[in-house]
Design a protein around this ligand. Sequence first.
Ligand SMILES: Cc1cc2nc3c(=O)[nH]c(=O)nc-3n(C[C@H](O)[C@H](O)[C@H](O)COP(=O)(O)O)c2cc1C
Ligand code: SF4
Ligand code: SF4
Length: 262
Amino acid sequence: MIIVFSGTGNSLAVAHGLRKRLGGELCVLEREVLLNPSGRVLEVPQGEDVVWVFPVYSWGVPPVVAGFIRKSKIKGAHEAQHFMVCTCGDDIGRADDQWRSLIGRRGWSPRGAFSVQMPNTYVLMKGFEVDSPEVAAGKLASMPERLDTVAAAIRRGYSESDVVRGSSAWLKTAVVYPLFRRFCMSPRPFHATDACTSCGLCSRSCPMENISMAPGGTDECSSRPSWGNRCALCLRCYHICPAHAVAYGHETASKGQKQILK
Ligand SMILES: Cc1cc2nc3c(=O)[nH]c(=O)nc-3n(C[C@H](O)[C@H](O)[C@H](O)COP(=O)(O)O)c2cc1C
Ligand code: SF4
Ligand code: SF4
């Protein structure tokens, strides 16, 4: 069974690629499954592994994924072997240690952990930008071979970490991640600029059902997106907007968008 959370489709593309190679059911974490992790009992078929696929957030496990691991009800999870496949723009620090600890605390068995470099999505701070088209295309072209390696390792029960950690890995995961969680994950700076056409795509696409359309805009009939408080900071709303009208404070004014993968 493959359990996947994905903001802009990178992790979803990896999950589909792994499913082609390994088989099994795909469980996509969004909307009611994500909003109420203990509301539905998932079942791992006998003899199957659980492969957790998600993007790295500030060199750690995205808080929504951590919350799901803590609270979900998964029949057969104690008997299964658990693997992590984490997508990243560059590197994952020690997110694999964090994931192993979350899985271990449930009494489940963590095995191998892998990272897969994919086009970068993070643009909310100075110095962070989407990849150039050439760099993004290069990462996507490398994906199939990387997934062959990851799937083969999962099949033989690999139990180590095959990940790109980057520099100062421990510091980034142990110190920067908690600070990022506390101070840099607020949805408050999200707003729509005057380029908004009121199409509602951001609202319909949000995996957390966090965006409502409220009256606003230039004429009486138009509506504008309004962001609530249960945001995963996945940036789907930002990258999916056809008018590039989703902004985060002033930081995204000159930033690009990344293609959403389906
Ligand atoms: C909030 C946030 C934090 C991120 N932090 C990191 C990071 O620490 N290291 C990294 O290499 N990429 C980072 N990224 C980039 C994503 O992990 C990467 O682009 C991932 O493949 C996105 O997957 P998705 O399309 O499934 O959401 C971050 C992205 C977001 C939205
Ligand atoms: S997707 Fe963009 S254009 Fe459409 S409602 Fe949202 S902000 Fe406006
Ligand atoms: S509001 Fe935007 S960033 Fe937040 S969860 Fe929804 S789509 Fe993702």
